[in-house]
Design a binder for this molecule. Structure first.
Ligand code: NDP
Length: 292
């Protein structure tokens, strides 16, 4: 069996175009467009690439966006002051603070300071709690992108055995809760899991969010399984000396021969994450405007 590719790039492009046409209609009616503020502290090159991608996607979809860049030496109080200003800025409906933050800043204090109604990353404890309770909320963008890909490709979830490898707050735990909401039977694996190959072999749906290049082997998979590879790992290129390239947490070449559906890296979960950020920002805008 050769897997169907779950094409995150093409799906994300289609979603961005759908969002753009909604935003165009708002602008034509003279209504407020969705506004996203991205806050970047320091000069981590990886973070800079991510925030540039996010801002470019905003611009292309007709969103209003602002970027607040702060030097690495910014104090926590200065950053909290900026969050406060963004919380009360009526043109801004979504606030995203790019992590990691410099070590002298308490990341959770900053995340907790964001107005939960503008928490388009879905990391505020109120929104995490709503996810647990089964209420509507801002679902974190990467997990939401994974679920959206499955829905758009009409991959069944209900009643399936899902394995999430990784238990981080930004990917593993929320994606597990979201699969549970879709009525999958969910197992969460982590670094202390006793028999990972055995767990993988029992799963109809495998989400890999580990951060270790090609850690999950194709041979472990159940024939026909759905594989969502969230990992992004930069490794030396196998044939071009001195060059580096991106691989996921799943050994793609062998996995695609056993899986029924699989996301590539790059071009799977990554582009979907950005499309979901825009979707969440439009949702925040609509909720804030209708609450006025
Ligand atoms: P974390 O480092 O926060 O979590 C990694 C998880 O993997 C931990 O729960 C850890 O377990 C688990 N793990 C580590 N080693 C093993 C092992 N040997 N067996 C089983 N589980 C193991 O990572 P994130 O969740 O933040 O990110 C995961 C990956 O996804 C990274 O490559 C990251 O770059 C990528 N990513 C991609 C995004 C996208 O847009 N596509 C967005 C966010 C992340 P334990 O808890 O026991 O330590």
């Amino acid at each position: 069996m050769t897997a169907t590719i779950l094409d995150g790039s093409a799906t994300a492009k289609a979603i961005r175009e759908e969002l753009k046409s909604q935003v165009d209609s708002l602008r034509q009616r003279g209504e407020t467009p969705p506004g996203l503020a991205v806050v970047l502290v320091g000069d981590d090159p990886g973070s800079r690439v991510y925030v540039d991608q996010k801002q470019k996607a905003c611009d292309k979809a007709g969103f209003y966006s602002i970027m607040s860049r702060f030097p690495a030496a910014t104090t926590e109080a200065e950053l909290l002051g900026q969050i406060d200003r963004l919380n009360t800025n009526a043109a801004i409906h979504g606030i995203l603070v790019q992590v990691p933050l410099p070590k002298h800043i308490d990341e959770s204090r900053v995340m907790h300071a964001i107005d939960p109604r503008k928490d388009v990353d879905g990391f505020h404890p109120i929104n995490v709690g709503k996810l647990m309770l089964g209420d509507d909320t801002f679902f974190p963008c990467t997990p939401l992108g994974c679920l959206e890909l499955l829905k758009r490709y009409r991959v069944p979830i209900q009643g399936k055995r899902a394995l999430v490898v990784g238990r981080s707050n930004i990917v593993g735990k929320p994606v597990a809760m979201m699969l549970l909401r879709e009525h999958a039977t969910v197992t969460i694996a982590h670094s202390r899991t006793a028999d990972l190959p055995g767990e993988v072999g029992r799963a109809d749906i495998v989400v890999a969010a580990i951060g270790k290049p090609e850690f999950v082997k194709g041979a472990w998979l159940k024939e026909g399984a759905v594989v969502l590879d969230v990992g992004i790992n930069e490794v030396p290129h196998p044939t071009t000396p001195g060059q580096r390239h991106l691989v996921g947490d799943v050994e793609f070449a062998t996995a695609r021969e056993r899986a029924g559906w699989i996301t590539p890296v790059p071009g799977g979960a990554g582009p979907m994450t950005i499309a979901m950020l825009l979707q969440n920002t439009l949702k925040a805008r609509n909720q804030l405007v209708s609450a006025k």
